[in-house]
Design a protein around this ligand. Structure first.
Ligand SMILES: *[C@@H]1O[C@H](CO)[C@@H](O)[C@H](O)[C@H]1NC(C)=O
Ligand SMILES: *[C@@H]1O[C@H](CO)[C@@H](O)[C@H](O)[C@H]1NC(C)=O
Ligand SMILES: [Cu+2]
Length: 528
């Protein structure tokens, strides 16, 4: 019981903090394959150098799409409308040059590495469908492409491994609405007052237990605001492995603790009175308890942060310069925020620090909930980093930046204001002493840090990703989870798997883990 409470506290905990303290002063013995910082002062970095780490611009994305359309020699369908048996562009992102090449350029006066894009293409329209990754370049006007799939993964990428497109979810929802649910008309109408629009469907992952599977449990919820907390007890296992939509099948049905072969069987048993129905009350459209509406108006406006002389940092292209700090930033479509060439007092101490993955593992006595092992990078942490609201998501006075991306489309989109940068007064002194022995004096320093933030909403969760830069040379990587928890229908021994958060809602036990890549170059660089 105690363990359970600890686990759920962990699970609901709003903050997971990973602190990285960079010890700048110790420059002891170096491992043998590390070399010192080059003699040329890194302070003299070429102007605009940070662009070597820059995300693709919308214009560059347009050129890459055009190049692929004209040079792959096969028709490409827009991924927002593609069938599994079509070819389409899954996403395009920048292909960053290798570290050694970048350092040649930054530190040794070497040439600018060629600017390239990575294009991930689904080839569904061929006898042996596959996923292929191309490096396309040089930008701005590409002239070549190179298939890097084998060198990157060591094997071909079989087609069944492709992440599900938005259009595929739509096609599955259509199958449920048009074909599957109509097989149990009495059950659906008497249990849920089903009218084709009052149930929402949520995916789970992974999609099976063995290679080649593409079987996904879809969980049904009342279609209200915050639906994640309104499960109705119905879940269906959809086999969507075929490239022919007409072959997609529901291979199992779950309702209120019982499994059925299909909806027709559920209908049959229901009519014979063999199905125990746990009828749930219709939630209000705003979700009632799941509504995001504030429960009370604030008594007065919240305090605001004030910068008497304006910001003490500045942003040039994709570079932030703040007191002793400077760094380049970008946003990967899949993995989210990434920072490069972090310098303190002109000296590079970190080559890269980047978000890589956010995983969550669930337990439940319902099939959807019990299978969930989400790896949010597979849905896309960067592309789901949406606009930030001034004064709520970041301080009112923060700087807000737009992030372009191209995913499941042939045209770029922009997540407006989806990165913010601000300096935060930490509201406690960095150091202070109030001397009252021997001599009387006071010495204190204000503590503040620069923050760069993005917030990814992946399904039910919102992850607030921060990197903080302190005056003392410390860097902190921090993530807070908010949004909605994922839930299961509460029945039977459900309380063994979580806590009751609504009349029929089980907040399921789970754990989160966040992964970062950190390439520290303190006091020199290690190769390999
Ligand atoms: C995948 O399909 C592409 C496009 O037809 C083809 O060029 C490539 O060789 C295939 N990859 C493998 C490993 O078969
Ligand atoms: C949920 O309801 C909204 C209207 O409130 C509707 O636009 C939407 O299509 C519904 N979703 C489903 C899956 O039926
Ligand atoms: Cu959680």
């Amino acid at each position: 019981m105690n363990l359970k409470i600890v686990l759920i506290l962990l699970a609901l905990a709003l903050a997971t903090v990973l602190a990285l303290i960079c010890v700048l002063l110790t420059r002891g013995e170096k491992p043998t394959n590390c070399k010192s910082q080059p003699l040329r002062s890194q302070k003299e970095k070429p102007r605009g150098f940070s662009l070597v780490f820059a995300d693709l611009t919308p214009e560059e994305m347009v050129q890459v799409v055009k190049y692929l359309q004209e040079n792959l020699g096969v028709p490409l369908v827009d991924a927002s409308q593609a069938n599994p048996s079509d070819n389409c562009i899954y996403y395009i992102d920048v292909q960053l040059p290798a570290k050694a090449e970048v350092l040649q350029f930054l530190d040794q006066g070497g040439g600018h590495p060629p600017r390239q894009a990575l294009a991930v293409v689904y080839f569904g329209n061929q006898p042996d469908p596959n996923i292929t990754e191309y490096v396309v370049g040089p930008l701005p006007i590409p002239t070549t492409h190179r298939d890097v799939t084998l060198e990157k993964y060591g094997e071909k990428l079989p087609y069944y491994r492709r992440p599900v497109l938005a259009v595929e979810y739509k096609q599955i929802a259509g199958l449920l609405r048009e074909t599957v649910f109509p097989m149990a008309p009495t059950f659906m109408s008497q249990t849920f007052n089903y009218d084709r629009t009052n149930l929402a469907v949520m995916t789970s992952a992974p999609r099976g237990f063995q290679s080649t599977d593409r079987n996904t449990w879809f969980v049904l919820f009342q279609n209200v605001s915050g639906f994640f907390l309104h499960p109705v007890g119905l879940e269906v296992l959809v086999d969507h492995s075929s490239l022919d939509l007409s072959q997609w099948r529901v291979s199992k049905v779950f309702y209120n603790g019982q499994y059925y072969g299909d909806m027709a069987q559920l209908e049959n048993e229901f009519k014979q009175g063999h199905v125990t129905v746990d009828k749930i009350q219709q939630a209000p459209l705003d979700g009632g308890f799941s509504s995001m509406r504030p429960r009370a108006a604030p008594a007065a406006p919240f305090p605001l942060q004030y910068e008497p002389h304006g910001p003490r940092y500045h942003i040039e292209n994709n570079e932030v310069i703040y007191q002793a700090w400077s760094f380049a930033f970008g946003m990967s479509v899949n993995t989210g925020m990434r920072l490069f060439d972090i310098r303190f007092k002109g000296e590079r101490i970190v080559y890269e620090i980047s978000v890589q993955e956010a995983m969550s593992i669930y337990g439940s006595n319902c099939p959807g909930g019990m299978t969930i092992r989400y790896m949010d990078g597979s849905f896309g942490i960067g592309r789901f980093s949406f606009p930030l609201v001034q004064g709520v998501d970041c301080p009112y006075s923060a700087t807000y930046l737009d992030v372009p991306y191209l995913v499941q489309s042939q045209t770029p989109s922009i997540n407006k204001n989806s990165l913010c940068v601000f300096e935060l007064n930490s509201k406690s002194p960095l150091r202070r002493h109030y001397s009252n022995l021997q001599s009387m004096y006071y010495g204190g320093l204000t503590n503040s840090a620069l923050v760069i933030r993005s917030i990814a909403t992946v399904g039910n969760y919102d992850y607030v990703w921060d990197f903080l830069f302190y005056q003392n040379g410390a860097i902190e990587a921090k993530v807070q989870a908010t949004g909605y928890m994922s839930s299961s229908f509460l029945y039977g021994d459900g309380l063994e798997y979580g806590h009751r958060v609504g009349e029929h809602t089980l907040g399921t036990l789970h754990t989160h883990s966040m992964n970062y890549k950190v390439d520290l170059d303190v006091g020199g660089m290690c190769l390999g």
